[in-house]
Design a protein around this ligand. Structure first.
Ligand code: DGI
Ligand code: FE
Ligand code: FE
Ligand code: FE
Length: 191
């Protein structure tokens, strides 16, 4: 609809071309998953399109914006500032793009780490972000399996993504956020 075109136009001006096309890919994938699982298609489109709206910022700006709006910054986030782009993205979605829907905003907040016992829209965005068409299977070998799983068992896809992300972070010696750990434990115990 018309509002989505306006949002896309705004995002095309603030995001890099690559990040903008990623957002369109996540929008499409998020819609597909919502259609598959009986989620709200309009909310899925909005969450997908806007999820990385705070991703184009330099670390110091991301940090100072989060401080300015009192969004709460953990020690892990202070050391890994990009983890904050979901939280600030949700804030921007509400303040700059007039999104008031709590489900959409929450999906944006948790799209990077996930969280235990996610709502349907949160899972849809979390998975859509990982499997959108622009993500290359050359960089993630399990991607095609996860793409298939996403449309047969959404919780299983969430688990596979969390498991892959944790292995990747451990391999790179990166710090794991508490939320990512708790999300993994939750979904591991479901299977
Ligand atoms: O913004 P995108 O690149 O589209 O995707 P995203 O927001 O899901 O971010 C993915 C990155 O976040 C990926 O490189 C793994 C990283 N990440 C996820 N959980 C954690 C994490 N990084 C750290 N350091 N700790 C985490 O717990
Ligand atoms: Fe992101
Ligand atoms: Fe993600
Ligand atoms: Fe993304």
């Amino acid at each position: 609809n018309y509002d989505i075109y306006i949002l896309q136009h705004k995002l095309s001006k603030i995001l890099t071309e690559k990040r903008f096309y990623h957002s369109l890919g996540v929008q499409a994938m998020s819609l597909s998953l919502a259609a598959r699982y009986g989620g709200d298609c309009d909310k899925a489109i909005l969450a997908g399109l806007l999820h990385d709206c705070a991703k184009n910022l330099k670390n110091e700006v991301l940090l100072s914006e989060c401080e300015k709006y009192d969004l709460g910054i953990s020690e892990v986030e202070r050391r890994n500032v990009y983890l904050l782009h979901g939280k600030l993205g949700a804030y921007y979605a509400s303040q700059k793009y007039n999104i008031t829907d709590k489900e959409v905003l929450s999906a944006i907040v948790y799209h990077t780490t996930g969280k235990p016992d996610m709502a349907l829209l949160e899972k849809i965005l979390f998975v859509a972000d990982y499997i959108e068409p622009g993500r290359g299977a050359d960089r993630i070998p399990e991607l095609n399996t996860i793409r298939e799983t996403a449309f047969s068992d959404l919780d299983k896809a969430v688990l596979l993504i969390l498991s892959n992300t944790l292995s990747y972070l451990e391999e790179k010696g990166q710090e794991i956020d508490e939320m990512t750990k708790r999300a993994y434990e939750f979904y591991k115990n479901r299977f």
